[in-house]
Design a protein around this ligand. Structure first.
Ligand SMILES: [Zn+2]
Length: 203
């Protein structure tokens, strides 16, 4: 697994030219997000769209708080049950020196503690970036009903994260097309763009 990290870290946009290139690519992603998201997203009612936009905005706010505090990557997450937020968290890998403390894991821990149960059946999870294999499995272990994500695995890679490498270990994620649903990608790409232009610790 180290070889993945070393290979990718050299590709990170460390200098202004690379950051500019990544930014241009991200901008292109944002311009094309509507079309891409429309192809991947499932039909939703007007009411559910408004509610889901609001939950995703909370996840974005979590991520903004996290990167503002330099806790880690731009990944915020909220967990919702019966229309109420029952857990939330953001990536704290850098702050805690804990490579497992992704936004989804932080939110699952928070929801478990608040609800007093390890079984999050009936819950939906909203996250700014498509879950890595570890977080996808954590959602499945927690019995979370459905996962809504903003930016895609490919978007994660554009800002320096290695999710796709780990995906290859498991043979891809096509089997989860009904479980992982892309929404509000454009708003989450704006978050990623902000992260790309700030002081940060790559990992
Ligand atoms: Zn993760």
């Amino acid at each position: 697994m180290d070889s993945f990290g070393k290979k990718k870290r050299t590709d990170l946009p460390k200098n202004p030219a690379k950051a500019l290139l990544a930014s241009v690519i991200l901008l292109f992603s944002m311009l094309t997000a509507a079309g891409c998201a429309a192809a991947k997203e499932e039909p939703r009612t007007e009411l559910s769209v408004r509610a889901q936009n609001a939950y995703m905005q909370l996840a974005i706010d979590e991520a903004l708080e996290g990167i503002g505090l330099q806790h880690g990557g731009p990944f915020g997450c909220v967990i919702v049950r019966d229309g109420k937020v029952v857990g939330q968290g953001h990536n704290r890998v850098v702050k805690d020196n804990d490579p497992t403390c992704h936004g989804e894991v932080a939110a699952i821990r928070d929801a478990g503690e608040k609800l007093g149960t390890f079984d999050l059946s009936g819950c939906e999870l909203y996250t700014t970036g498509e879950p890595c294999p570890m977080c996808l499995c954590a959602c499945l272990w927690a019995n979370i009903d459905k996962v809504y994500y903003g930016c895609t695995i490919e978007d994660n890679e554009l800002i320096g994260f290695r999710d796709e490498d780990f995906d290859e270990l498991f043979g891809g994620r096509d089997a989860f097309a009904d479980y992982l649903v892309c929404i509000d990608r454009e708003a989450c790409l704006a978050l990623f763009d902000a992260y790309l232009h700030m002081e940060r610790t790559n990992y």
